[in-house]
Write a protein of this length. Structure first.
Ligand code: SF4
Length: 378
């Protein structure tokens, strides 16, 4: 029977120091570790056989002693004339996650990656949350989503957003390690300011991340300006209410000097009224003052009009309601933008592609089911 020590070590997900130590452990000089890092993270090798500047004997020994996670795309659905592509990615154990590529006119090539199979946070408007959490991704599985997109697209990724399936801060250590490797010169070399981590509000982990003083963008999913409504939409709010979440976010601003993004999905008749926009603006302005900042220096609100999801009761607000909400934020000096919609026709909201590929329908029922036709009309 295989024991834990029989399982080959995954070199993808190791830092440079760990790869050097691994090389030493095999009786090789440190620079072999640097060569492996270059092949794995910069060249995107998916096998040891490709590492042609390593001696053949070493490549054979590496193949025996170690492994390299190399994920594959089960399906790829494209939209926006190919500028958006959504991949259903198969993991080694057969589980699947979603990874979305977006190319922008200004030259950015961004990837939205998953950090968990499913999610345990249970937000009521989220397709991923409906099926619950299966497991955390490893560092290798997080990083390889970026490398997979580079393999598929044939070009380098400039920005990574941890905003796919799962709550990144509930998988804290692998997420932090992935961030460091994505940023490192020996890794993918993506600037820390081009990395965004989204959280639904795990307050202790936000405070831990603040202590790291990384220059990444923290995106906090708020979705409501009061606790009663937020607890109904985002159950974790019962554990850490808005005041604690914004205090931790303010601490993040204080420690890093970075603006925090506030994500707000607009659901018609639920959280999109102008007075709710005013309340949100007031709340953010007050918390900015607490850390001696102007609202514009502390926050940026991303308003995301709801993307209809088959089986959910929510509706997308009309444009005039979105504009009225924006005006209220503006009145309080809080900058906000309406998130550019990408890939609406390929269900690019989190969890939706996986849902239409292989999840039994019974597993996704339960939140105000409506028919597919109704969802598409709304
Ligand atoms: S919105 Fe994010 S945190 Fe909430 S259930 Fe969905 S994936 Fe999880």
């Amino acid at each position: 029977m295989a024991t834990i020590t029989d399982i080959p070590m995954d070199l993808k997900g190791m830092t440079l120091e760990e790869l050097e130590a691994f090389a030493r452990g095999m009786g090789e000089p440190d620079y072999r570790g640097r060569q492996i890092a270059r092949w794995v993270y910069q060249t995107g090798a998916v096998s040891f056989a490709e590492m042609t500047d390593l001696p053949a004997g070493l490549r054979t020994r590496l193949a025996e002693a170690a492994q390299l996670t190399a994920l594959s795309a089960l399906t790829a659905v494209r939209a926006d004339a190919g500028d958006t592509a959504k991949y259903l990615v198969r993991l080694d154990d057969g589980a699947t996650v979603e990874t979305v590529f977006m190319r922008y006119e200004d030259g950015r090539r961004s990837v939205c990656i998953s950090t968990q199979v499913g999610c345990g946070m249970g937000c009521t408007f989220c397709a991923t949350g409906l099926a619950g959490l299966t497991r955390n991704l490893t560092t290798a599985e997080i990083i390889d989503q970026v490398l997979l997109v580079q393999r598929e697209q044939g070009s380098r990724v400039t920005n990574v957003v941890f905003m796919g399936m799962g709550e990144p801060l509930a998988n804290y250590a692998p997420t932090l390690r992935a961030l460091r490797i994505l940023n490192a010169p020996y890794g993918l070399g993506i600037g820390m300011r081009h990395l965004t981590v989204s959280t639904v509000g795990l307050v202790p982990q936000i405070r831990m991340l603040a202590q790291e003083r990384l220059q990444l963008t923290l995106a906090v999913s708020l979705h409501a300006p009061d606790d009663e409504l937020r607890s109904a939409l985002v159950p974790i709010n019962r554990r850490w209410p808005i005041s604690e979440l914004l205090a931790a976010s303010a601490e993040y601003i204080r420690q890093t000097g970075r603006r925090v993004s506030v994500e707000y999905v607009l659901l018609e008749g639920v959280n999109d009224r102008a007075d709710q926009g005013g309340r949100l603006g007031r709340l953010l302005a007050e918390h900015a003052r607490l850390v001696g900042e102007t609202p514009a220096a502390a926050w940026h609100v991303n308003l995301i009009p709801w993307n209809p999801v088959y089986g959910m009761q929510y509706r997308r607000p009309a444009r005039d309601r979105v504009e009225a909400f924006l005006r209220e934020l503006d009145r309080h000096g809080v900058p906000a933008t309406v998130r550019l919609e990408r890939g609406v026709e390929i269900d690019a909201a989190c969890g939706q592609l996986r849902r239409t590929h292989g999840l039994p329908q019974a597993a996704v029922r339960g939140v105000g089911e409506v028919s597919e036709a109704e969802a598409r009309r709304s």
